[in-house]
Structures are given as C-alpha cells and as structure tokens.
Ligand binder design. Structure first.
Ligand code: PHE
Length: 463
C-alpha cells in the first residue's frame, strides 16, 4: 500500500511501526518528495548545470549528464534511501547498524562534508539575500562587478550570511514535519513556477534562438571526452545531493510502506527538469544583451555579475524578472541548506542524544563560525567547493556503492518493500550496477578530479 500524495503516512503505517521508536516522520509522501527535491534543487541547478552545459559541449553534456543520472545518480540515490530507511538513523548510526563499527568513519566523513559544504554554500546564499533586497529596493547597479566585489567581502557578506543561517537554523529547529516539510511544501512549487514563468518569458526575447543554440549546440565529439564525462558525473552527485548522507538522513524519516523507487524517479526527474529549464531561462537573457563574452570563467561570481548586468539593461521588466530570479535562487539555496544542516543536526541528535533544538543551535552556530573564512575570502570559498563537491562527494558515493553492493545485507529487499512490480524487475540491474559498474567508473572520475584539484593547487605539474 502506498500513501496518497498529501495523505499522512502515519495513517498507513501499522501500529507496531508507529509505536516503535519515537523518531520523527514525514507527514506525507508529497512532503518527503518536495523536501528531497528541495535538497537537490539549488545553486547547482540554476547556475552550475546551465553553465557547464554551455561550456562543456552543449547537447553532448546534457546527454552525458542524463546517462550519468540514470546509471549512477539514481542507483546511488536508491542506495542512500535503502540505507537510511532500513536503519532509521542518521549516517553514522545507519552505516554502523547495516555494516558494523568499521563503517562509522564513513558516516563521519559524510557529516564533515555536510559541514564543509554548508559553510560556503550559506555564504553564497547570503549574497542571494543581498541581491534580492538590492533588486527590490534600488534596482540593479550600473556597475555589477564593483557591486559584486562589495557584496562578496567584508562585514556585509558576513552579516547577510548570518541572516541566512539564522533562517536555516530556525527551520531545522522546527523539526521534520513542522519545519523542513512545511517550508518545502510552500517554497518548492513557488520556485518551479517562477523559473517556468521566466523560461516562457525568455522565449519572447529577441536573440532567444542564439541563446538556445549556445546552450544546446550539438558538439557531439565531446560525448567521448573523459573530462566532460567526469564533469557530468560530478555535477550529477552535487545536484542530487549525493555522497554525503543528505538523502540517507531524509530517508530515515520514511515509512517502509513507501515506494522509494518511484520517489527516486520523481526526485531525479524534478532535479533534471529544473536544471534544464534554468538553462532555457538564462541563455536567451544573456544572448539578448550580447553578454556571452562576459561569461568568462566558471566561477559562481559570473552568475552575480552577468545576470544583474542583463537585468539592469532591460529596464522595469528586467527588474521584475531579476527580483523573481534571485528570490528563486534564494529559495533553492535555502531548501538545500536545510538538508545540509539536517545531516549534521540529526547525527548529533542520534549519536550524542541531544535534543533537536540544542543540536541545531550548536551545530548551526559552529558552521556559522567556520563561514567567516569563505565569507571573507573568495579563493578559500573556491577551494572548499572543489574539495567538497569534486572530491568528498565522489569518494562518499564510491564507498556508498561498495557498502550496499558488497557489505550491507538486504539492501535490495529494502528497495523491494512497498514497490511496484515494474521496479522489482529492475532490482537485479541495480545490484549489478552498484557492484560492478559504479565503483570502477567512480574511481576514474575520482582520479580525474584529484588531478584537476592538484593542478588547481599547483601540485604535481600543470594540466
Ligand atoms: N544539491 C544542491 C544543489 O544543487 C547542493 C547540495 C549538495 C545540497 C549536497 C545538499 C548536499 O545546489
């Protein structure tokens, strides 16, 4: 039996399961799916994906990304859902319960990754708060790069990031049902509506065709390029929030009656859909103003410089679209930050038996302190992003595949519980992928990422 969207899961859970642990639970299937989509959809979708697609082969990147998503992203997502739901514990406890004490350090790595990612992600999110306010009050500045320098450094950057963290901590303190689920149910449809609206409006812009063809040009020779493959793979993990236990932790609040396979398809579909639509929304705007030359480097800064420039040049309409865009970006960042802080909070709650309020406050406070570094230095922010996004997540996902494929007993049975016959037939394929395909592919991706990181840090010769 599968609970209906919007219907409390607890109504469909047998009494024994309800009364067993006092662990919190999602209020509805829709609530869980939207919270997971909220975790997945964020800065990664609305800038990183379109940018990477444009830079790394257009349509070829999109095709490779979909292949990576289907054959690596979704199976790892399923692995996280299986581990989390079967153990009903956050990463450290869940890995210990399903695989023995020796696996606890992997859980610790997940918590450390969550901590690290949140500490710079929230700094960027702080900028989005500032941009939304800017757009609302005074419009976009004439010199966006000077404004970006101002916003991304000094006391302002610290202050707005603190504001963002306070909101995040407040929602996580509210709990799974009343905090994270409630916020996601309101915010995620809002984000989807805004982005769709901007994409439809962008179709009316002169130069939209040029924008689309820059974004999706078919340079098919890139299909076999290992660097593009590695980028597509890394992006799939970052975008689906995989490799650091966010989905695992969210799944620990799920009932065994849920069809996690169907939910994984919805989450991956929505995540890809929003990333793709973001590209359809952004490139016509950039093309209309002839700003391709400005999209120079692959840094998050480009988003905050090129787009305000375009919005400023478009007058009143640009201002309205600009406000909506930065609000959508803020919403995406907030719902992702909730899942990052939840991993850290739930781990402290489970391992140290602290109350949710105390755990969220202490850990949120600790992250906020660590943020001082990326808030004040863009280059340290870049290094943290590369370290966490390209290395920790891929390494985490690799070990997760080995864990469910070779160590954990009953992972496939866990996925079979509550699912439909179609997905049951696909389970042997899932087992094959996590055992034999994903570990070697991720080893190659990791090798490429380590080389790229070393080259970026100037170690071991130039690339
Ligand atoms: N998936 C988020 C994004 O696309 C980032 C994220 C990574 C969130 C890992 C949680 C965990 O922006």
């Amino acid at each position: 039996m599968i609970s209906e969207p919007g219907k409390p899961i607890s109504e469909t859970v047998p009494a024994a399961e309800q009364s067993a642990p006092e662990r919190e639970m999602w209020g509805s299937r829709l609530g869980f799916v939207l919270a997971a989509v909220g975790s997945a959809v964020g800065l990664g979708n609305m800038w990183r994906f379109p940018y990477l697609a444009a830079e790394s082969g257009g349509a070829a990147f999109v095709i490779l990304y979909v292949v990576m998503l289907l054959f690596i992203g979704v199976p790892i997502l399923l692995a996280e859902l299986a581990i989390g739901r079967s153990a009903r514990l956050s990463p450290i406890g869940a890995l210990k319960k399903n695989g023995g004490k020796g696996w606890a350090p992997l859980g610790l790595l997940f918590v450390a990754s969550g901590f690290l990612i949140l500490s710079y992600y929230s700094v960027i999110a702080g900028w989005t708060v500032r941009y939304s306010i800017d757009a609302l009050i005074g419009g976009f500045p004439a010199d966006p790069s000077a404004r970006f320098d101002e916003i991304s450094s000094g006391a302002g950057a610290l202050g707005f990031h603190l504001l963002f963290m306070l909101i995040t901590i407040g929602i996580v303190m509210g709990g799974i049902k009343k905090g994270i689920e409630r916020a996601s149910i309101i915010l995620m449809p809002l984000l989807a509506l805004i982005l769709l609206g901007i994409a439809v409006w962008a179709m009316t812009l002169e130069g939209c065709r040029e924008g689309y063809s820059f974004y999706l040009r078919p340079s098919l020779e890139n299909l076999l390029d290992p660097v593009v493959m590695a980028r597509a793979g890394g992006q799939a993990f970052f975008s689906l929030s995989l490799g650091m236990g966010a989905m695992l932790t969210y799944a620990s609040y799920l009932s065994r009656k849920e069809d996690v396979n169907g939910e994984a398809c919805m989450i991956a579909g929505a995540d890809f859909g929003i990333a793709f639509v973001a590209g359809l929304a952004l490139f016509p705007i950039i093309a209309a103003l002839g700003l391709f030359g400005d999209v120079g480097e692959s840094t998050i800064g480009a988003l905050f410089i090129v787009l305000p420039k375009a919005f400023a040049a478009m007058g009143a309409v640009g201002r309205v679209v600009g406000i909506l865009f930065f609000v959508a970006l803020l919403v995406g960042a907030l719902t992702s930050a909730l899942s990052l802080l939840e991993v850290v909070t739930a781990s402290v709650m489970d391992e140290l038996k602290l109350s949710r309020r105390k755990a969220a406050l202490i850990m949120g406070g600790a992250v906020t302190l660590l943020d001082v570094l990326p808030a004040l230095s863009l280059s340290s922010l870049g290094i943290m992003d590369q370290l966490a996004g390209d290395l920790f997540l891929v390494f985490g996902a690799l070990l997760m595949a080995v864990f469910v494929g070779w160590r954990m007993k009953g992972a496939a049975d866990e996925l079979a519980a509550g699912t439909r016959p179609f997905f049951k037939k696909l389970l042997p394929l899932w087992v094959f992928l996590v055992r034999f395909v994903i570990p070697p592919v991720l080893l190659i991706v990791l090798y490429n990422s380590v080389r790229a990181a070393m080259a970026a840090l100037g170690i071991g010769g130039a690339e």
